[in-house]
Design a binder for this molecule. Structure first.
Ligand code: PLP
Length: 370
């Protein structure tokens, strides 16, 4: 690429973890109504009762045995996860985190006083945790096992049988809890919906399910997450939340309630467009011999593996400086030698960005052999 061409290129950001769609108008209208009606004060620490009822109803529709008393609404799923961990008093305990992982997990665990126990997974296994690897990681100090399905950054989505096989490994560890982060549950392509806590009574007893409106309803800025799980864990999290922030934001809760209770058909229908974008991006990226691209079954990211002879940080920098395409380095997700791109872009930007990635990798490879 000549310097002149470089200058003309507009930067395309594939780094973002958002679906790139507007917030539903009914959520915005509900927020406006709430403000005008004076819903501008503290709410109960665990969230508005009517929102907790709607959240419990939503979880029940996924087969989870939830009640409003066993739900908590927090200021985004990320901070709610932290609140759950803080409430659980993690000092001296370990949290099993399969890698690649959502970049925030290890830091949240450390800030809550626990120790992350990172367990690598393999591309050949679709980046899913295998029972034998879980077995090897479990021990007397283990308190939580994090399962993110569908997962960020790989889109890995566990089947009921895979989850049950993992659960079987927990039989000797009755007080180990499972954190099932299902924030991408609406973004599933082919795999039937499957919530960990819905699989059997034993998993229901020990699983905390985490979700929120950020991804499903394109409401990342409203900061509303929710969770359900064993009553003591939820009660401790409510106490921690009260100590930290009193309650989640009132107006955002009204907007989240509207999103959860509006007709959901449009949300599900949108997945056809995501499958189209996924396949478009994969079709282009697989033209590069330097990339190995697994097709994800959920979420809206691709996590290509870079050929072993290329350096991840060099590739990420070249893509930013030369191709003007911003991607997230795999190291941030505990998986060096990869990068993450979001395919939640419009078709033309996605096509252009993927072509530039392929062209730049060709150039890097040529440089290497020159
Ligand atoms: N969990 C996963 C797996 C995520 O990818 C994200 C955001 O990227 C979150 C949780 C946090 O969501 P929220 O915006 O509700 O804090």
């Amino acid at each position: 690429m000549s310097p002149a061409t470089e200058e003309a290129l507009e930067t395309i950001n594939m780094r973002l973890g958002e679906p790139g769609l507007p917030t539903p108008s009914s959520a915005i209208a509900a927020a406006t109504r709430a403000m005008t009606a004076g819903l501008t004060r503290y709410t109960p620490a665990a969230g508005l009762p009517e929102l907790r009822t709607a959240v419990a109803e939503k979880f029940r529709s996924q087969g989870i045995n939830a009640t409003s008393e066993r739900t908590i609404v927090g200021s985004g799923a990320k901070s709610l996860l932290f609140t759950l961990l803080l409430g659980d008093e993690l000092a001296g305990r370990e949290v099993v985190i399969p890698a690649p992982y959502y970049a925030a997990y290890p830091a949240l665990v450390r800030h809550a006083g626990g120790t992350p126990r990172i367990v690598p997974t393999r591309p050949g296994d679709g980046y899913k945790l295998l029972p034998a690897d879980l077995r090897a990681a479990l021990g007397a100090r283990t308190r939580w096992v994090v399962l993110n399905t569908p997962g960020n950054p790989t889109g890995a989505t566990y089947s009921p049988d895979e989850l049950k096989a993992l659960a079987a490994e927990l039989a000797d560890y009755p007080d180990v809890l499972v954190l099932s982060d299902e924030i991408y549950e609406q973004f599933r392509y082919g795999m039937p919906a499957c919530s960990t806590a819905a699989l059997d009574d034993e998993l229901a007893r020990r699983t905390v399910t985490l979700d929120g409106v950020s991804k499903s309803y394109s409401m990342t800025g409203w900061r509303i997450g929710y969770a359900t799980g064993p009553q003591p864990v939820i009660d401790h999290a409510i106490a921690a939340q009260f100590a930290i922030s009193t309650c989640p934001p009132s107006v955002s809760q009204a907007a989240a309630l509207a999103a959860l209770t509006m007709p959901q058909d449009a949300i599900r229908a949108r997945n056809a467009a995501f499958v189209d974008r996924r396949d478009l991006a994969i079709g282009i990226l697989r033209r590069s011999p330097a990339l190995d691209v697994v097709s994800p079954e959920g979420a809206f990211y691709l996590f290509p593996r870079i050929a072993a002879d290329l350096d991840e940080s060099h590739v990420v920098r070249m893509l930013a400086d030369q191709a003007r395409v911003l991607v997230a380095a795999g190291s941030a997700f505990g998986a060096p030698g990869h990068f993450r791109v979001s395919f939640a872009l419009d078709r033309s930007a996605l096509t252009e960005a993927c072509r530039r990635i392929v062209a730049t990798l060709d150039e890097i490879a040529t440089e290497g052999t020159a």
